[in-house]
Design a protein around this ligand. Structure first.
Ligand code: SF4
Ligand code: SF4
Ligand code: SF4
Length: 451
């Protein structure tokens, strides 16, 4: 977009908060299509230019754009400017703008609409390739891991745990177990690049006495087609997963610490009317219940003297966009049990009002790295304000992005998975499962205090 036009347009907006006057005709092709395709036109007609969306959007200012301006430009038929701004790929579809918008205007829905209309050859390769790869494989994985590879890696790591970790000699990692109560999804990142990170999760399932299984098909917890707004592909991935879970007769598809796939599956089942006989739940619900029932003997004694401080990231795909505050409260219960209530410091704002870290919407796999890190500065400030030494991230995308933020800005705090701190607080965290811990925790064992 021409800078001069843009700046004068912005100045005009700042001084003239007028109601949008909608037009029609060739200049308004995008608007016309939105009004005809999206239910209620995503409420775009109701915008009264208050700016609440922009004030709380971490993507405001990137590519000289913000959500209010975006809605305004769409309404005014500035199609060319919209279609030449990369901003739609920097918005993480985190829904914070919708959360604060008095008119409930579906800005991420509009963003996805524009993405869907983007010239194919100009879409970010990372998102496009990950969608294509997932469609090619019965695993639904964004990697080339075959069913046999997945089974091999799982069995190899399980074997190592059985041989080297006391108390887990009988560890069983079920695969394609018919009639298991729980079907666990698994981020491809683990079997591909850090297989030993799967072991803490299995040990939790083992200690809880859970009746669960992986599937050799449909196991991958990712859906980048959703970020392309490619409904046909999104539906295909969800239908494949649903078919696998139903064929095995599992009652619950349990999402293991991945925000976007949780949303993609749960929303996809409803949006596309995919018939299924199971529920979709986050593993955080199970962690919390198993602790309450005494099945997971988590306690925070290891931190009595250390007093190491922790904060937690609320994944917006899981909290704001799916469960609401219930799951955020369950998350806090689990974390406080593991680290001690006095050692937990919340970010502000939090729960459904939390800021996205900047890794969502596929942004973690685009070339807009500088913009992604800039987006994350609000999250970085939030974490630093807590003074916590650790940020717990129960979502793989949040984990990657917050890890990047800490490293890039040399912020000093560590970023860990929820399963890591749970196993540490049960005294069962293996030596090669401590990759993300700092020196202060690398040698801590709950039972012996120090290894
Ligand atoms: S918060 Fe809603 S009404 Fe206000 S400017 Fe943003 S989209 Fe328009
Ligand atoms: S969805 Fe999130 S990143 Fe996108 S415009 Fe709304 S607040 Fe900003
Ligand atoms: S990366 Fe995390 S915080 Fe950002 S949209 Fe995804 S789940 Fe939400």
């Amino acid at each position: 977009m021409n800078d001069i036009v843009h700046k004068s347009f912005k100045d005009k907006q700042n001084t003239m908060p007028m109601p949008v006057e909608l037009g029609t005709g060739s200049k308004h092709m995008l608007l016309d299509r939105i009004l005809s395709l999206i239910p209620s036109g995503a409420n775009i007609n109701s915008c009264f230019n208050c700016g609440a969306c922009s004030s709380g959007c971490p993507a405001s200012g990137l590519s000289d754009m913000d959500p209010r301006l975006f809605v305004r430009m769409l309404s005014m038929g500035m199609d060319e400017e919209i279609m030449t701004s990369d901003w739609v790929w920097m918005c993480t579809t985190c829904n914070r703008c919708v959360h604060v918008c008095p008119m409930q205007i579906d800005i991420p829905g509009l963003v996805l609409f524009i993405r869907n209309n983007w010239p194919e050859e100009k879409r970010p390769r990372g998102i496009v390739d990950y969608c294509s790869l997932a469609l090619e494989h019965e695993s639904c994985s964004i990697t080339n891991i075959s069913s046999d590879d997945f089974k091999f890696v799982v069995e190899d790591v399980a074997d190592d745990v059985r041989q080297t970790q006391q108390g887990f000699e009988q560890l069983n990692v079920p695969m394609d177990k018919k009639g298991a109560a729980l079907f666990l999804s698994q981020s491809s990142r683990m079997p591909l690049t850090e297989p030993s990170e799967m072991a803490p999760l299995w040990k939790i399932m083992h200690l809880a006495g859970a009746d669960w299984t992986y599937g050799s098909k449909g196991w991958a917890a990712e859906n980048y087609c959703m970020f392309l707004a490619d409904d046909t592909a999104w539906e295909k991935l969800v239908a494949t997963k649903a078919g696998v879970v139903d064929k095995l007769g599992c009652k619950v598809l349990v999402n293991t610490e991945c925000g976007h796939d949780f949303f993609a599956v749960r929303q996809g089942l409803e949006k596309f009317g995919i018939s299924h006989s199971f529920e979709v739940k986050s593993i955080i619900e199970y962690y919390a219940n198993w602790i309450r029932e005494g099945r997971l003997k988590v306690n925070s004694d290891w931190n009595l003297d250390l007093k190491i401080k922790f904060t937690v990231q609320d994944p917006c795909q899981l909290v704001r966009k799916s469960y609401g505050d219930f799951i955020a409260d369950e998350l806090r219960f689990v974390v406080k049990e593991a680290v001690g209530e006095e050692n937990f410091i919340d970010m502000y704002p939090n729960r459904s009002n939390n800021y996205c870290c900047g890794g969502g919407g596929g942004a973690i796999h685009t070339d807009f790295v500088r913009e992604r890190l800039s987006y994350g500065k609000i999250k970085l400030e939030q974490i630093l304000e807590t003074g916590a030494a650790y940020c717990i991230t129960p979502c793989n995308n949040c984990h990657s992005q917050i890890l990047d933020l800490s490293r890039h800005f040399k912020a000093g705090f560590k970023t860990i998975h929820l399963w890591t701190i749970l196993c540490l607080a049960m005294g069962v965290l293996g030596k090669n499962e401590r990759k993300y811990l700092g020196k202060d925790l690398a040698g801590v064992d709950h039972k012996k205090r120090i290894i």
